[in-house]
Design a protein around this ligand. Structure first.
Ligand code: FAD
Ligand code: NAP
Length: 863
């Protein structure tokens, strides 16, 4: 079919549409169906000769889905769900393509698709509020809304190997496989690349070829697919309540119904860990990785236990130990590159006619007319197969010359990495949408769930615009910047950014290194998108005849792990501490503390007693594992002068001890209401005097004494500095004040703006103060150090504040007051954090950076 007749077949005279869709894969087909249902005129333009997208192009032997077939299918059409039976656990490419062809035929979608036509440019005209689309065939189409359903993995990576055009034999790309298939019988074949495409195709190419040489740059973690019939329990689950099953998928972490893990890999015995890994291995499902342990993508040591398990499996399978070693990934964490599902991949290397070349040891120097030359050897081949991957996620988008407002192109705007709001739109390009665009869960999820969610969101958005007589929608710059920040925040608490993966753009030379997808989870993401709509399209400007509605704002400002924790706490519906007695609150907080991770190992822990005004008080000393003597930090725990102990802040003290390489002495000062103000500061000061007098016997360095405290403990730490200054000693060389209480005033904006939902609340702070000090006493600088007449001469300070903390502004005020008094002050604002974040070791991973900075500041005190 020529393109001329193709366009004429589909287009008739009409060249202006409500919506132009680019792509006719899973996304484009569903979008077309849905737009039609809603009464929008739509045209889809597709470079391929027919529907299918990924499954049209990637016809290499062994190509299959790696998400269970029942999950990797549409959910929008119950009739389709009932009539289509998948033949295997993981369907083959031909079966998936047949499915898509069936869907296209069932809903008569081809009549609105122009095939064999590549979109080359799209430009926005502000006056007419329209997009003008141009194709490689010279066709022009206009539309109000332009949607790229061009896929994340549809643009093959350009060959980046010296001499790649020279080879005279057969050349095949897994991503552009001939429709008629390839017969490798009797041939000497090279495969370059050992990602999912290579790993799926290598065993089948080996089965045909006379000789197979695999050129591997990076070995990959691969799990056995154990393909066969769909596991009976999964099928039963799906068939017994299909709608419910789909809904669970939509609200799951990766778009497949599954039980989330509840425990970390290092929290179980070695035997249990191995048993769980064996079960994961036997299941043959990538989703099982996420339901085995909570922290595999978060914690290096946990991840290494899985890496070792897989390397063990490779060694047990591959007979040649050197080959097994070459096949064992060591340069990236499991999951940080897309793990593969294979059938007999590692076993293939036991075949005599299959050879593995390690390009790390002997890189390819050039492709020649007859084969491949590496640093140590020349090979002759009849065929070369490139399984070298894709310019993922952004590639297909920036390949089109998309010009938005003011002549700016997406390519230029994204030169430093993609900037999107929700992975759906980008500022400056009105009415332009991407399905599963960068900044959305996309490739980290079951794409079917993510595609349907995006298509539904876009269609609902267009419907809402139409209903409200609006025509144009565009994200605000603030909303987009906030989302990009959130996407990065999510990635940065994981191990993903540590790998040279295509998720990071690292496989394409000169592509910016930015983590492309959204890793916060399908469930969290769906929640965000729904919230944006519920808040009247927060972060968007929408306009139409005679109206312009600006709803500026940022949808997620909390760090992602803080957000998740708060959501979890809300779901537990816990009692409020400020409605308890002090004894009740102490028991309750002790109970909560018992469930958290223990913090790192330190060299030594010694519990002791030190004398104070009314008898001895306990302390706990943490000594680093490094040879002493060490500087000493006296630490005061948080808890509003009412709660807490050296146990409550134990993980935090361990963490700071290790990071700052200092001895920490955590002091149990007396608590209110039994011992009201000024018992706590008096004890704190006595403790510092005692430590100063016993510095050497505690393993300290003379003259190297600092104080540190969190919350009410931060209050005591700085009060102690004021008392020492007034008393002429002891000498304190630094004060680290972590989200400290510095004043008794509740009227600062951080109380009014953030006081309600972030664990430390205004009622709780009032409860603490009421138990601690009479209103008149609160004004005393020993209670409200911000009220001291003169702060000059105090030790250098670090003041840490958290964005969503009622105490934020008084911390900031104190930092300012110290600076105004000539004290050296470093202020560390913690964006997206709450009052308790910094102390939540191994719980709020996003706060680890702050702890590293606190430790650096403490080390600085002693220099
Ligand atoms: P695609 O299927 O990629 O379709 C996009 C279409 O847009 C293509 O047909 C392309 O020709 C067309 N196009 C692009 N640019 C232009 C242009 N400028 N002009 C005209 N047309 C254009 N995901 C999973 O969740 N599970 C899996 O098991 C899985 N297996 C995969 C296996 C392989 C081999 C590959 C490569 C990917 C796999 N994926 C998998 C990801 C897969 O891409 C998605 O699941 C899904 O098929 C994407 O559908 P789509 O419609 O969004 O994009
Ligand atoms: P890929 O994962 O990017 O793998 C490409 C391979 O080629 C890598 O081993 C890469 O090595 C190698 N390579 C690239 N350029 C090279 C060069 N110049 N010299 C030597 N080696 C080079 O691509 P893919 O295998 O096509 O898979 C892409 C994604 O598609 C997958 O991650 C997955 O999401 C999806 N997919 C899924 C399935 C499935 O099982 N359903 C199958 C295929 C694809 P480096 O790692 O060193 O860069």
């Amino acid at each position: 079919m020529t393109t001329d007749s193709e366009f004429a077949r589909v287009s008739s005279e009409k060249t202006d549409f409500d919506v132009v869709v680019v792509g006719a894969g899973f996304a484009g087909l569903y979008l077309l169906y849905k737009l039609r249902e809603l009464g929008f005129s739509a045209r889809a333009l597709e470079a391929a000769g027919d529907v299918g997208g990924t499954w049209y192009w990637n016809r290499y032997p062994g190509a299959r889905c790696d998400i269970l077939s029942i999950d990797y299918s549409y959910s929008f059409d119950p009739e389709l769900e009932a009539e289509w039976q998948w033949s295997e656990k993981y369907a083959t490419q031909p079966e998936i393509l047949r499915y898509l062809q069936h869907v296209a035929a069932k809903h008569d979608l081809r009549r609105d698709i122009v095939f064999a036509t590549r979109v080359e440019s799209a430009s926005w005209d502000d006056d007419s509020a329209q997009w003008l689309i141009r194709t490689d065939k010279g066709d022009e189409v206009t539309c109000r809304y332009y949607v790229m359903a061009t896929g994340c993995l549809s643009m093959p990576k350009a060959p980046d190997i010296e001499g790649s055009g020279r080879f005279r034999g057969e050349v095949h790309y897994t991503s552009r496989w001939p429709h008629e298939g390839v017969d490798f019988t009797g041939k000497r074949v090279a495969v370059i690349g050992t990602g999912s495409s290579g790993i799926q195709s290598i065993p089948l190419i080996a089965a045909q070829a006379e000789q197979l040489t695999v050129f591997q740059r990076t070995p990959n973690f691969s799990f056995p697919a154990h393909n066969g019939p769909i596991p009976a329990h999964r099928l039963a689950d799906y068939e017994s309540d299909c709608a419910g099953y789909r809904e669970r998928a939509r609200w799951s972490r990766i778009g497949v119904p599954s039980e989330p893990a509840t425990i970390g890999a290092l929290q179980v015995s070695e035997a249990e860990r191995q048993a769980r890994y064996e079960a994961m291995w036997e299941a043959g499902e990538l989703v099982k990785i996420g339901s085995t342990f909570t922290d595999l993508i978060l914690n290096r040591a946990s991840n290494e236990t899985l890496a070792q398990f897989i390397r063990g499996k490779i060694r047990a399978t591959v007979r040649n130990p050197e080959t097994a070693d070459t096949l064992s990934p060591k340069d990236h964490y499991v999951i940080t590159k897309r793990p593969c599902l294979d059938t007999n991949y590692f076993e293939t290397y036991n075949l005599d006619h299959v050879r593995l070349i390690d390009l790390r040891k002997t890189p390819i120097t050039t492709i020649t007319e007859t084969g491949i030359t590496t640093a140590s050897e020349s090979f002759e081949f009849d065929a070369i197969v490139y399984a070298t991957g894709f310019d993922a996620m952004t590639g297909p988008i920036v390949a089109v010359n998309i010009t938005g407002r003011d002549g700016i192109t997406v390519r230029d705007k994204w030169a430093g990495g993609p900037l999107t709001y929700l992975g759906l739109m980008t500022t400056g390009f009105p009415n332009f949408f991407t399905v599963t665009g960068p900044g959305s869960p996309s490739v980290l999820s079951n794409m079917m769930v993510s595609i349907e969610q995006h298509v539904d969101w876009i269609c609902d958005c267009l419907k809402d615009l139409r209903a409200e007589n609006l025509a144009v929608i565009e994200p605000t710059a603030t909303a987009e910047a906030g989302w990009v920040q959130h996407v990065n925040d999510c990635a940065n608490i994981t191990l993903y950014p540590t790998a040279n993966s295509w998720y990071m753009g690292a496989n394409v030379p000169d592509k910016p290194r930015v983590f492309l997808p959204y890793v916060g989870g399908v469930d969290a993401y769906r929640g965000v998108c729904n919230e944006v709509v519920a808040q009247n399209y927060l972060g968007f400007v929408r306009s139409g005849p005679g109206q312009r509605r600006v709803n500026d704002g940022v949808i997620r400002r909390l760090q992602p792990d803080v957000q998740r924790m708060l959501k979890m706490l809300t779901s537990l519906n816990l009692p409020l501490m400020n409605e308890m007695s002090p004894e009740g609150a102490r028991a309750f907080s002790k109970e909560l503390a018992a469930t958290r991770p223990p913090g790192p190992e330190v060299g030594e822990i010694v519990d002791g007693l030190l004398p104070c005004a009314e008898g001895d008080i306990p302390y706990r000393l943490y000594r680093p594992a490094t040879p002493g003597p060490h500087p000493v930090v006296v630490y005061f725990h948080g808890g509003g002068w009412v709660l807490g102990s050296h146990d409550s802040d134990d993980p935090f003290c361990r963490d700071l001890c290790v990071r700052s390489n200092a001895v920490f002495v955590s002091v149990n000062y007396r608590h209110a209401p039994e011992h009201r103000f000024p018992a706590a500061p008096d004890d704190a000061f006595a403790a510092v005097q005692w430590v100063a007098n016993h510095l050497e016997s505690l393993g300290g360095v003379p003259g190297q004494l600092a104080v540190c405290g969190w919350s009410a403990g931060g209050n005591l730490a700085t009060v102690v500095c004021q008392m020492a200054s007034a008393a002429g000693g002891p000498e304190i060389c630094g004060q680290a004040l972590i989200t400290p209480v510095t004043d008794c005033d509740f009227s600062r904006p951080s109380y009014t703006a953030t006081g309600a939902n972030y664990i430390l609340t205004e009622p709780l702070m009032r409860w603490f103060w009421d138990h601690y000090a009479d209103p008149a006493d609160r004004l005393h600088p020993k209670a409200s150090p911000l009220r001291a007449q003169d702060l000059s001469g105090l030790p250098p300070a670090l003041v840490v504040t958290a964005e969503f903390d009622p105490l934020r502004d008084e911390g900031l005020a104190y930092a300012d007051a110290l600076a105004a008094a000539g004290v050296t002050v470093k202020h560390l604002p913690c964006r997206g954090q709450i009052h308790t974040s910094v102390t939540a070791v191994d719980l709020i991973l996003s706060s680890a950076k702050a702890r590293a900075e606190i430790a650096a500041a403490i080390r600085q005190f002693f220099q």
